[in-house]
Design a protein around this ligand. Structure first.
Ligand code: NAD
Length: 293
């Protein structure tokens, strides 16, 4: 079985490496980033998205957002120009659920089946092959692809029809953003009150307020280390998709809107390329204090 991998970025590169390590034959392409390290490991470099598709039974895409996936799949020299009927497209990017459904319909017209399979966990889990993968699509295609996804993730769950993977990812991104904001606001208050933030973290991380987000982000905040990780710009992209999806469904999401404005303020303050743990910097400015060890 030949697998095509499109989008060799922060996440796609280690994910593709894990598939090569697992023994799969991989054809790779990125419009801008180099692929030489993957070729050195045995992958074949393609000339275009169309070229990847022509050589693959299963085509995986790991691209920034909806317009990039639409261009790579439905655009000129795109996947659908090269894919054979019966091929499977697995889009692992975090995009708008409505875009997944639109791309799936275009794929179906060419005899290509599609799953949306966004991931959570970030670069470290992409490297370890322990991502959480949330999948939308039909069960038969899911079962075909699941062993491949299990080489990249430790949790692979079918959550519903096409688009449901990205709805689940939006839920994930809302919870993560709000959690970082809550942790930030609380630690700024504790620090201003004269209590050491590392002591607060130690005292509460095992209780009800403890979370994976807290364990991952508080050490970064305490060190003043805002190197991404997950960039604020990407989280703005996800929350924009969450706001658009919510409003199209007649759902108000006031907490998401609030954190979105915090992220926008940080972007204006030239912090868009920082890790999303830099949300704390917004709250630090409000209180004129820094949460550091
Ligand atoms: P990235 O920007 O590092 O990688 C995307 C790659 O896609 C780039 O190398 C770019 O050159 C390539 N690309 C763009 N348009 C293309 C096209 N038309 N054809 C071929 N290649 C094209 O992004 P990333 O951090 O790897 O994230 C990828 C996706 O995964 C995003 O949707 C992101 O939200 C999601 N995600 C990222 C993280 C993270 O921590 N970075 C975690 C979970 C999910």
């Amino acid at each position: 079985m030949n697998i095509g991998f499109i989008g060799i970025g922060i996440m796609g590169r280690p994910m593709a490496k894990n598939l090569i390590k697992a023994g799969y034959a991989l054809t790779v392409y990125d419009k801008f980033a180099p692929t030489d390290d993957l070729v050195a490991l045995g992958a074949v470099a393609a000339k275009s998205n169309k070229d990847v598709a022509a050589q693959s039974d299963i085509i995986i895409t790991m691209l920034p957002n909806s317009p990039h996936v639409k261009e790579a799949v439905m655009g000129e020299d795109g996947v659908l120009e090269g894919a054979r009927p019966g091929a499977i497209l697995v889009d692992m990017s975090s995009i708008a659920p409505s875009a997944s459904q639109e791309i799936c319909a275009a794929a179906k017209a060419k005899g290509v089946t599609m799953l949306d399979a966004p991931v959570s966990g970030g670069e470290p889990k992409a490297i370890d092959g322990t991502l959480a993968i949330m999948v939308g699509g039909d069960k038969k295609t899911f079962e075909t692809v699941k062993p491949i996804l299990e080489k990249m993730g430790s949790s692979v769950v079918l959550v519903g029809d096409i688009g449901a993977g990205n709805v689940t990812k939006l839920a994930n991104q809302i919870i993560v953003a709000l959690n970082i904001a809550a942790v930030s606001e609380a630690l700024v208050l504790a620090t201003k009150a004269g209590v050491k933030p590392e002591a607060v973290f130690d005292a509460i991380k095992g209780g009800l307020a403890g979370s994976t987000v807290m364990n991952a982000k508080v050490p970064m905040i305490l060190d003043g280390n805002f190197k991404p990780g997950f960039r604020i710009e990407l989280h703005i992209k996800d929350l924009q998709n969450a706001l658009d999806t919510a409003h199209n469904l007649n759902v108000a999401v006031p907490l998401t809107a609030n954190v979105m404005e915090t992220l926008q303020a940080l972007k204006v303050d030239d912090m868009g390329a920082n890790d999303h743990s830099a949300i704390v910097r917004f709250y630090e400015k409000l209180a004129k204090i820094e949460v550091r060890k």
